[in-house]
Design a protein around this ligand. Structure first.
Ligand code: NAD
Length: 342
């Protein structure tokens, strides 16, 4: 895919999507960001509007996606993604995975574009194989509360594969594991923003159960690098994109406490239904076909994330520009913050 070509990023005003838009612009692409702003926000892409190669389209992929002009690739990231978000929007989440996937696949088919589906490690459910390789079919409760997300993504994978087999659309499925970094919403209930917010507020850091369940956390730049390599490859996936360093939730809480210098106690809440016991990607396929592995340590990634949270909390301290917390970037500052080359 040549650098000058246009990429459509559905869900581009969200956490991961906005980082992907920024990276694609920096690489010279035109980017059309399609988003209904349900869990994302315009502040995530404010700085990108200064770039002539960036266009924002306010639309719901569940309704339709209509883009004029040539498109080289379509990336479908449009879906509620955090447990709080998808539990609050169960039907919308199922529709984003079904109708949203259908409409974005139709767009790719119409344009002859490569298609990337942002799937998830949640397709493995509460896994019985560890670490999880791509050939594992998973262990998902189809009627549990989390099923609205897990099964939506499993359906999306099936539909994506059917479009490749039946209509010859050039598709690839990325199974993304927990990703964190600057721009992730402080209140969206995911482990890193929740623990960081609690630590910087001096509030108890709330682990579910005894915190012995494990998670693997990937810094957003590493995830985006994996997605871009996948987009430019000829592979159809699924391919795991995640960090294989596995830590207990309690250890993650302790690390965040160390990085923030907080004295917050660690408190226990009841476990959530179907909360996975273990979670760790087998990334040997990504290493082999993409020559990719994460390069940011948890401590490095957390320091950048914490710094961002602190600047959002105290936007007038220092010279940093805030993208989260509802503070919009002033127009005069946009070009300064736009990606290189814009
Ligand atoms: P996010 O909530 O920050 O971003 C999702 C974006 O999609 C938001 O901007 C939201 O407004 C938009 N959106 C939702 N429904 C839409 C619709 N019907 N039409 C148009 N736009 C819609 O979440 P995120 O963490 O950035 O996740 C992005 C994608 O990556 C999701 O598909 C998610 O399932 C996948 N993923 C993320 C992670 C992670 O750890 N961040 C892990 C696995 C998979």
């Amino acid at each position: 895919m040549s650098a000058s070509k246009t990429v459509v990023v559905a869900g581009g005003a969200g956490f991961l999507g906005s980082h992907l838009c920024r990276r694609l612009l920096a690489d010279g692409h035109g980017v059309v960001c399609v988003d209904n702003l349900s869990t994302g926000g315009p502040e995530n892409v404010d700085d990108l509007t200064a770039c002539d190669r960036f266009r924002f389209v306010h639309a719901d992929v569940v309704e339709s996606v209509d883009i004029h002009g040539e498109v080289a690739a379509v990336c479908h990231l449009a879906s509620p993604a955090s447990p709080l978000a998808y539990l609050a929007r169960p039907v919308e989440t199922l529709l984003a995975g079904s109708a949203g996937t259908l409409h974005t696949l139709e767009l790719a088919r119409e344009k002859g574009a490569r298609y990337l589906l942002a799937s998830t490690s949640e397709v493995y459910g509460d896994p019985r194989i560890h670490p999880q390789p791509e050939h594992y079919w998973g262990h998902v409760n189809p009627i549990g509360p989390r099923s609205v997300y897990d099964e939506a993504k499993r359906f999306a994978e099936a539909l994506t594969t059917a479009y490749r087999r039946t209509h010859g659309v050039d598709t690839v499925i990325a199974r993304i594991f927990n990703t964190y970094g600057p721009g992730i919403r402080a209140d969206d209930g995911r482990i890193v923003p929740t623990f960081v917010r609690q630590a910087v507020d001096g509030a108890p850091i709330t682990v579910h159960g005894d915190g012995s369940q494990t998670r693997s956390l990937c810094y957003v730049d590493d995830t985006v690098e994996g997605l871009v390599r996948l987009l430019r490859s000829a592979h159809h996936g699924p391919v795991n994109i995640g960090n294989p360093r596995e830590l207990s939730v309690r250890r993650i809480a302790e690390t965040i406490r160390e990085v923030t210098g907080s004295r917050s106690p660690i408190a226990s809440l009841p476990r959530m239904a179907d909360d996975p016991e273990i979670r760790c990607p087998d990334i040997s396929l990504a290493a082999e076909i993409l020559d990719w592995k994460p390069s940011t340590s948890l401590e490095q990634g957390l320091r950048v994330t914490v710094d961002h949270v602190l600047r959002a909390k105290h936007p007038h301290d220092g010279s940093g520009v805030t993208r989260t917390g509802g503070d919009r970037i002033r127009p005069s500052e946009r070009r300064r913050n736009a990606p290189a080359g814009c």
